[in-house]
Design a protein around this ligand. Structure first.
Ligand code: ZN
Length: 342
């Protein structure tokens, strides 16, 4: 299997992070890349650099207003006297009524869901290369590869069409799915990250050409809190095309695999021509977020079950944070996927 990654993805190096109001180091560190690269190499992947696909595939998902914001907000922010060294919002609209603030502070609150996605001079460039890694993996699959892995960092599944959040800026999984739709009619996105893929759900919520399925720790007591509940099923033409499978905290391999059975059944009923796997490895029992208890061996079983769908698959890296087994968990997933015939 090919793995796609560009060195520019290392440049984004966020510092700020608030956990229960207390400042901590941001967990979405560039060092994740070294662990994931080692994991992909151990699984036998050949690493390839994506080409620069331009803004086209990104603009197919994200609004022009948001792309302009991402391009220019850092320079505008730094012109504010006394501003923080990274863009961090401090006021958010409770709802949106159509008005759009002119100020950098107002726009930061409008386009950033939380304080976990600080923006520096390098952020947009790194996020673009991360998205292009996803596009390159999609192209590889469109060219006939049974599966391709995109080492996307920064991750993407908490990013909406015009909102960053939860370490995410551009929704790599959504961008890959939309790119696959260039030559296919139906694509399913299966999100196995510890956290609900709220941005991905939001992007496709009113659409019937992309089925979104997410397994995650129950948001009733876990980030992202306001999305990911079982009664969120889609809207308008998309009603019935979103499936959330929240799991009790600390659920292990068996509970995860049982929920995955329901996810597979729904995906098979949708009869997609291709699959995007939003691969968070933070469901691991030793991940610093500690929400679920999937084991290293469990990731291989999860991958085998997904490979049994026999769908061309773009595997997009989402979460998974620094712990000794991070690389091993990726190796386990990718080797399990190959063993499952994917
Ligand atoms: Zn996550």
């Amino acid at each position: 299997m090919k793995a796609f990654f560009a060195d520019e993805q290392r440049l984004h190096d966020p510092k700020a992070f608030l956990s229960s109001g207390a400042p901590l180091p941001n967990p979405e560190k560039p060092e994740r890349i070294e662990r994931l690269l080692a994991g992909a190499l151990a699984a036998g992947c050949a690493i390839e650099r994506p080409k620069n696909f331009g803004l086209g595939p990104i603009a197919a998902i994200h609004t022009p207003e948001y792309i302009e914001f991402m391009q220019h907000i850092y320079a505008r922010w730094r012109r504010i006297e006394g501003a923080s060294v990274e863009v961090i919002p401090n006021i958010h609209p409770l709802g949106r009524n159509g008005s759009y603030p002119a100020s950098a502070v107002g726009q930061a609150g409008y386009h950033m869901a939380d304080t976990a996605c600080p923006i520096s001079a390098e952020t947009f460039g790194s996020a673009c290369w991360s998205a292009w890694s996803a596009v390159a993996a999609a192209e590889d699959v469109l060219a006939g590869a049974p599966a391709a892995y995109a080492l996307c960092r920064p991750p993407g599944h908490h990013a909406f069409a015009d909102v960053a959040g939860g370490f995410c800026f551009l929704n790599n999984s959504a961008i890959a799915a939309q790119h696959l739709l260039g030559t296919t009619r139906r694509v399913a996105i299966l999100d196995v990250d510890l956290h609900h893929g709220n941005g991905t759900q939001g992007i496709f919520y009113a659409r019937s050409d992309v089925l979104t399925v997410s397994l995650h720790a129950d948001p009733v007591r876990f980030y992202p809190f306001f999305w990911g509940h079982a009664d969120e099923r889609g809207t308008e033409a998309g009603l019935g095309y979103n499936l959330n499978l929240p799991l009790a905290r600390k659920s292990g391999d068996q509970a995860f695999l049982e929920a995955l059975g329901a996810a597979r059944s729904r995906i098979e009923a949708f009869a997609p021509e291709a699959l995007v796997v939003a691969l968070g490895l933070d469901a691991f029992e030793g991940d610093p977020f500690g929400g679920l208890s999937v084991t290293t061996a469990g990731f291989a079983r999860i991958a085998e079950a997904i490979a049994a769908l026999r769908l061309p698959a773009v595997i997009v890296q989402e979460g998974g944070y620094l712990c000794d087994a991070l690389g091993d968990n990726l190796t386990s997933f990718l080797t399990g996927y190959a063993a499952g015939g994917g």
